[in-house]
Ligand binder design. Structure first.
Ligand code: BG6
Ligand code: MG
Length: 219
């Protein structure tokens, strides 16, 4: 029986995945390096430095570690400038009512995001108010597809991973959730790839998967 749900942030609770893409695209354009949507999708869920390696795949020359560090910092500054305009109005309309309902039904909710900017996003959007625990990029050493972030989220919820579900838009995130021993729920790109046990098209379909006490659900 599932008692806790661990959510990825970018591309699940809010569409900051597009802002990551735009910030990387800005860097790639400045460097004159081709960067496709398909490459952008492969950056989902993976760490900032691993994303940079994907961005530089088609670069004409190798870059030093110092140059790469500067590129990652440049992208992060551009990304954070975009985040500074975020407000609660940027959270998709179905997200907060769904989180609220899940909590009323007794589920414990956690963030499991590899982003070091998660705290800023939760603060600017008010999403933090609906979460019982927060695991983000500042608490882990290994990024998705490693299970560390989901295991940390379960621990913060005080639940065994087998009692938790992991929801992620990244194929790497679904792999991480599976490796943590959680029920996996894909949405967006990972659902297109049918990576999860459940593959949703809308966030509020969670309410069909996780019924209230005494109700029958799809699980
Ligand atoms: C994940 C994103 O949530 O966070 C990745 O899906 C990103 O694309 C990773 O690289 C790290 O984010 P940040 O904000 O710490 O650079
Ligand atoms: Mg994501």
């Amino acid at each position: 029986m599932i008692q806790g749900i661990c959510f990825d942030l970018d591309g699940v609770l809010i569409h900051t995945d597009e802002l990551h893409y735009l910030a990387w695209k800005g860097l790639a354009d400045r460097l004159g390096v081709p960067f496709s949507r398909e490459q952008g999708d492969r950056c989902r869920g993976v760490s900032r430095m691993d994303s940079l390696e994907i961005v530089l795949e088609q670069a004409g020359r190798p870059y030093s570690q110092a140059e790469k560090d500067a590129f990652a910092q440049e992208k992060n500054q551009a990304y954070r400038a975009m985040l500074s305009n975020l407000s609660p109005a940027d959270v998709p309309g179905e997200v907060v009512p769904t989180l609220k309902q899940l909590r009323q039904r007794g589920y414990r909710l956690a963030l499991a995001s590899g982003s070091k900017n998660a705290g800023l996003i939760l603060e600017r959007t008010g999403l933090g108010a609906w979460l019982d625990a927060v695991a983000d990029g500042t608490c882990i050493r290994r990024s998705k597809p490693d299970p560390e972030i989901f295991l940390t989220a379960a621990e913060l919820l005080g639940l065994p991973p087998s009692r938790c579900a992991a929801m992620d838009d990244a194929v790497a995130g679904i792999q991480a959730g599976r490796a943590a021993g959680m029920l996996t729920i894909a949405i967006g790109d990972s659902a297109v790839h049918r990576a999860g046990v459940y593959n949703l098209t809308r966030f509020d379909q969670l309410l069909e998967l996780f019924p209230g006490p005494g109700e029958e659900g799809a699980l």
